[in-house]
Design a binder for this molecule. Structure first.
Ligand SMILES: Cc1ncc(COP(=O)(O)O)c(C=O)c1O
Length: 455
């Protein structure tokens, strides 16, 4: 049954509260506004990347400086940052170990298309965390996903890809596919210039739906299933007990390569959900966090996949659609070594996860004391609230409960109280330098913003 949207707050009050927050933001950010007006002359829509106009504020917040779990905008306001560059800065802004390694490497050669010893350290460490023996490096997680899909096609001689409904894996053409009300594969909402109808390349299955997965793979023409082990980009949707076992079993039985994308789910622990839950992917992708903010992505593979790739690779691959001039470049490998070795360590996760638990408890206390029909979901060091009382089991159900206006209001109200949430979600991420006081600051801002809707 398709879920339908049920508003959980009074719309008139919401729209009045949103207008008040917009006015406050304008009053308090004259410099950001002036920069935005100037930017319109040289940047498309006044921003360096188009989605930056989609934040909740009436115009973008221009940043002056970021450090640790905070940043200051050009108007001099200091914010607690729970967005952390949507995971790109999960290590905190400018971790000193990463900065020191990057500064050192900048003087020793930024890029030269030749390996450095840091690459070996990174491959060994990723193997230890995720259990796969061989690794390759890219600039972004998007690239790591694109190359993994290409290699899976090459290794299997099959063409199709399976993804979860409402997934996000970066700007990878094959993944901009969703199910319509009749269960047909159509372009995802907002998909820009799809090269071909996605039904030609992709099958889509709802998260947690074992039967749909079985049907999608039964023709044995699917090269790879590319999944996040928990959905995080339509809000967090956790796997039901047994789902990962079934996914592994069906992919093995049908000779399909299982690619797990841990780019966001690394929040579950130092080895992501793969390490925490003992998952056994054939290939694994991760980007964003691992370079501490310096562009870096990677994909790993099992011995068997490596053998199949080697056996089928053409002689010359440098122009074969897998790679990139800066892929695996020295600066990014130095950043990965420092970030994984000294910042996003197992010990750091032991501090980050309890902070997310405290954030979850704070939001829960506001929800229950105000009797809001909402709930909070947490995955390790990441937590998020949703405008429905019980956790949905797939992406479509989750999307049906999204309330764009309410989300906009709560994000903007948080910004005006100097707290930054991840845009397009109600998500908060803890860094190794986030504090209990930061968490309390969010709880207070959240309580105040909800109360304004009930007054
Ligand atoms: C799960 C997942 N994979 C891959 C990506 C792509 O990362 P990037 O935009 O850095 O290429 C994202 C980005 O949000 C993501 O959430």
């Amino acid at each position: 049954m398709t879920a339908t949207f049920q508003p959980t707050v009074d719309r008139d009050r919401l729209s009045r509260a949103l207008d008040a927050e917009r006015a406050r933001f304008r009053d308090e950010h004259p410099r950001s506004l002036a920069l935005y007006e100037r930017a319109k002359g040289s940047l498309l829509d006044g921003v360096p990347m188009n989605w930056m106009v989609e934040w909740a504020s009436p115009f973008p917040l221009f940043v002056d400086e970021a450090s640790g779990a905070r940043f200051r905008c050009v108007d001099g306001h200091e914010y607690t940052d729970f967005c952390l560059g949507d995971t790109g800065a999960m290590a905190g802004h400018g971790p000193s170990a990463t900065i020191a390694a990057v500064e050192r490497q900048m003087r020793r050669g930024i890029t030269h298309m030749l390996p450095t010893e840091d690459a070996i350290w990174a491959g060994e460490e990723l193997g230890r965390r995720f259990g796969l023996p061989y690794w390759q490096f890219t600039i972004t997680a998007t690239d790591a996903n694109r190359f993994s899909i290409r290699l899976a096609r090459q290794a299997t001689g099959r063409s199709k890809v399976v993804v979860h409904d409402h997934c996000y894996h970066g700007s990878v053409d094959e993944t901009f596919a969703t199910l319509d009300a009749d269960g047909q594969v159509v372009p995802s909402e907002g998909s820009v210039g799809p090269p071909v109808p996605p039904s030609e390349t992709t099958r889509v299955v709802p998260f947690n739906d074992v039967d749909a997965l079985e049907r999608a793979l039964s023709d044995r023409d699917v090269a790879a299933v590319l999944v996040e082990p928990a959905l995080t980009n339509v809000g967090i949707v956790l796997p039901e007990p047994g789902y990962h076992e079934a996914l592994r079993d069906i992919t093995r039985r049908t000779g399909t390569i299982l690619i797990i994308d841990e780019t966001h789910t690394i929040c579950a622990g130092p080895g992501g959900m793969t390490g925490r839950d003992g998952l056994e992917p054939d290939m694994l992708v991760i980007g964003k966090t691992i370079g501490g903010g310096i562009p870096a992505g990677t994909y790993g593979m099992s011995e068997e996949v490596a053998d199949r790739i080697r056996a089928t690779m053409p002689e010359r691959t440098d122009v074969g659609g897998v790679g990139g001039t800066l892929a695996g470049y020295a600066l990014s490998l130095a950043a990965i070594r420092a970030t994984l070795g000294e910042v996003l360590t197992a010990e750091a996760f032991e501090r980050m996860i309890p902070l997310a638990e405290a954030w979850e408890a704070g939001v829960n206390s506001v929800i229950s004391s105000r009797r809001m029909p909402w709930h909070v979901t947490r995955l390790g060091a990441r937590a998020e609230y949703h405008f429905v009382a019980t956790p949905p089991r797939d992406g479509a159900e989750q999307a049906a409960h999204a309330d764009a206006l309410l989300e906009k209001y709560l994000h903007l109200a948080a910004m005006n109280r100097r707290v930054l949430m991840t845009p397009f979600h109600n998500m908060a991420l803890m860094s190794p330098v986030t504090t209990a006081a930061d968490v309390d600051r969010h709880t207070e801002a959240f309580a105040e913003s909800v109360d304004a809707l009930l007054a």
